[in-house]
Design a protein around this ligand. Sequence first.
Ligand SMILES: [Zn+2]
Ligand SMILES: [Zn+2]
Length: 277
Amino acid sequence: MALIEAPPVDMILFFQKVRKAQQEWAEEISLALTEEQKEKVQTLLSKKEHAWSHELFPFEPTRLRQYGEGILDLLQAMLQREDGSDENNLGTLSSLHKLLKGEEASEFYRLLALGDFEELEQKGLALDIDLPLLHYFIRAMLKPYLLASSKALEETIATRDWREPFCPHCGSEPTLGRLSKEEHGKRYLYCSTCETEWPFRRVVCPFCANEDQYSLPIYYVDEERHYRIEGCNQCKRYLKTVDERYYQKQERLDLYEEDVATVQLDLVAREKGLRQK
Ligand SMILES: [Zn+2]
Ligand SMILES: [Zn+2]
């Protein structure tokens, strides 16, 4: 079964609505850390390991269910505005319904709270749900927790001192880059899973550590000088990057929004033979 098909404008709106809900849910989660826990986090970071862990911030199945059902409702509302008769979408929605709201749901949220992703994938596949779509839902349901934990660890994690190619908070790979205007093009990496940003060396691929500048091509799209695709001919991956020095936008830069709004860059990257993962 395919992924959900919808016009990009609708998808962007959907992502924005989901994010707003996630931010509200995150506000309701209170995570207080003891001094001992904070010290544990510091030790992890000093060993170049990321801070977040399941033990530190356990998930509650009832909350996860609230998030899963909420996100599914938003998806359904988005598709209903369209011609609701797209068979593919209807099939996918019905499977998601079974998984997140139907008979399977209790077991699904129990497994999700345990972090048993292998078993979750089996459940998704049994219902013919595309893995990328399932992964999107899983990440989206866990995000309120990650936002809350990122906040709780704000003062514990010194992101400015982190130099690794993965997120100091949740351990994910970067999803976007930023070249700072104030710091004359200093490079930052951004994790959209938990919305954390940290500095990183400029001419090096964050995915394979390639430092050969001749095999790290940069591509631009039309006249949009403030967006660039930083590719790597060694691992064939790419990172969308916002170059603030050329950005005319006055409001505060929101990298999450930039990520969802720059689908055209992903298409160009794909044409160049590069891939996201
Ligand atoms: Zn992260
Ligand atoms: Zn690479």
